[in-house]
Design a protein around this ligand. Structure first.
Ligand SMILES: Nc1ncnc2c1ncn2[C@@H]1O[C@H](COP(=O)(O)OP(=O)(O)O)[C@@H](O)[C@H]1O
Ligand code: SF4
Ligand SMILES: [Mg+2]
Length: 398
């Protein structure tokens, strides 16, 4: 199957017209770094998530991809409000939940659930499967006590487990089965949004596809929106019609699936894709060429100035160290944060951003370049965008 076959006709239109269930704007999470010793003073901050904006449409899935440590789990934990954000807004079903107290969050906990990466540590070993899956029903008092067991058995069946096994303990199940228990627990309260944090990374390759297929079936059947977190682009490819790529706490590219896999414009996305077998974009001149990223991901305690990817970017220039590239919309459902956005091998020689940012080509503030343009920075897509062919702002849908 090719990526083209996977993209339903009119997917772009569906993305621009869909109704968001979740709208995240300028989300930030800084963790304090404490000194050792008795005083434990704050000596720095881990900028785990730093100004992230995106939206998830009702009943759809957004993939969130990036190397380990780029802030994916923190983003998931902010949305499920396991953490309170340092800044930004999290609009769920039309209401900002970023600042709500635990008490105010209680009713919302039904609607937003999380599936965790590790099915071994995320289930309490001392509780039976029945009490793990049934606990949310008891806490939220959604069904009378005598209805809990039948409901639990129904859920076990939905996720492909034997309903008679409700009395067993997690250690009696395999990794794949445990993940199914975690999924049943997440489904118990019929959530509107599921945050799935690398739900198959800890599983054997042979059972990953089964669990992904299960999630996909459940999504269709119950019309649940997904934020699907993964560390590579292969896993989300079949699941998500829209994908966001993160690097060191920021989104560097976000687009509909067809665009992201076939015409990525950010050097980081291009490098990630070159590691995925069987993707057209990675073939340059008929040969598949793996783009190797030099060096390690820098520390989020002291991230590089300007573009955070510049220390590993094969095409970085002076401006990249001086000015942060904005996440600029360059197509109806495509945004990219790079001064030199372009398809692989076709990156422009000069930066496209100076006139928008009021700087010269090296990134030095320049009065002749005019004042910085007010660029849209929010979640979702605008109906006008930067036209890369003419280097002008304001092309819009006909
Ligand atoms: N509770 C925490 N306290 C301090 N630093 C954290 C905490 N959680 C995550 N981090 C740091 O934030 C960064 C992002 O982590 P995480 O969101 O887990 O990334 P990912 O899920 O993409 O691997 C990492 O540098 C990690 O070490
Ligand atoms: S802004 Fe510069 S360093 Fe960053 S990805 Fe683009 S070219 Fe590379
Ligand atoms: Mg993680």
């Amino acid at each position: 199957m090719t990526t083209d076959e996977l993209t339903p006709h009119g997917a772009e239109q569906a993305l621009t017209e869909a109704k968001p269930i979740l709208r995240v704007e300028d989300l930030k999470m800084y963790f304090p770094v404490k000194s050792s010793g008795l005083m434990r003073r704050t000596i720095g901050q881990v900028q785990a998530v730093d100004g992230v904006s995106f939206q998830v449409n009702a009943g759809q899935s957004l993939g969130l991809v990036g190397e380990s440590g780029c802030g994916k789990s923190t983003t998931g934990r902010l949305i499920t409000r396991l953490y309170k954000p340092t800044g930004g807004s999290i609009e769920f079903d039309g209401r900002d939940i970023a600042g709500l107290s635990e008490h105010e969050l209680h009713p919302l906990r039904r609607d937003i659930q999380m599936i965790f990466q590790d099915p071994y540590t995320s289930l309490n070993p001392r509780h039976t499967v029945g009490s793990i899956v049934g606990a949310p029903l008891a806490i939220h008092k959604v069904v009378p006590k005598n209805k809990i067991l039948p409901r639990v058995q129904e859920l076990l069946e939905v996720v492909g487990l034997n309903p008679e096994h409700y009395n067993r303990y997690p250690h009696e199940f395999s990794g794949g089965q445990r993940q199914r228990i975690g999924i049943a627990r997440a489904l118990t309260l019929q959530p509107k949004l599921l945050v799935a944090d690398e739900p198959v990374s800890a599983l054997d390759v042979s059972i990953q596809a089964q669990v992904i297929n299960l999630l996909q079936d459940l999504q269709r059947e119950f019309n649940i929106a997904f934020l699907f977190i993964a560390h590579d682009l292969a896993v989300v490819r079949h699941f998500c019609p829209e994908i966001a790529v993160m690097y060191l706490g920021k989104i560097v590219e976000i687009a509909d699936r067809e665009t992201l896999y076939n015409r990525p414009h950010h050097p980081y996305t291009q490098a990630l894709l070159s590691a995925v077998p069987d993707v057209k974009q990675a073939s340059v001149g008929g040969r598949r060429e793996r783009i190797r990223l030099e060096g390690d991901v820098p520390s989020p305690i002291n991230p590089p100035s300007g573009c955070r990817f510049r220390t590993r970017c094969p095409i970085a220039q002076d401006i990249c160290a001086r000015v942060e590239p904005p996440l600029l919309q360059v197509g109806p459902t495509h945004k990219v944060a790079c001064h030199f956005p372009g398809e692989i091998g076709k990156h422009p020689e000069k930066p496209i951003t100076p006139r928008l940012l009021g700087v010269d080509d090296s990134g030095t503030p320049d009065l002749a370049a005019g004042p910085a343009t007010d660029l849209p920075t929010g979640a979702g897509y605008s109906d006008s965008w930067f036209d890369l062919e003419n280097n002008t702002m304001g092309k819009s849908t006909p």
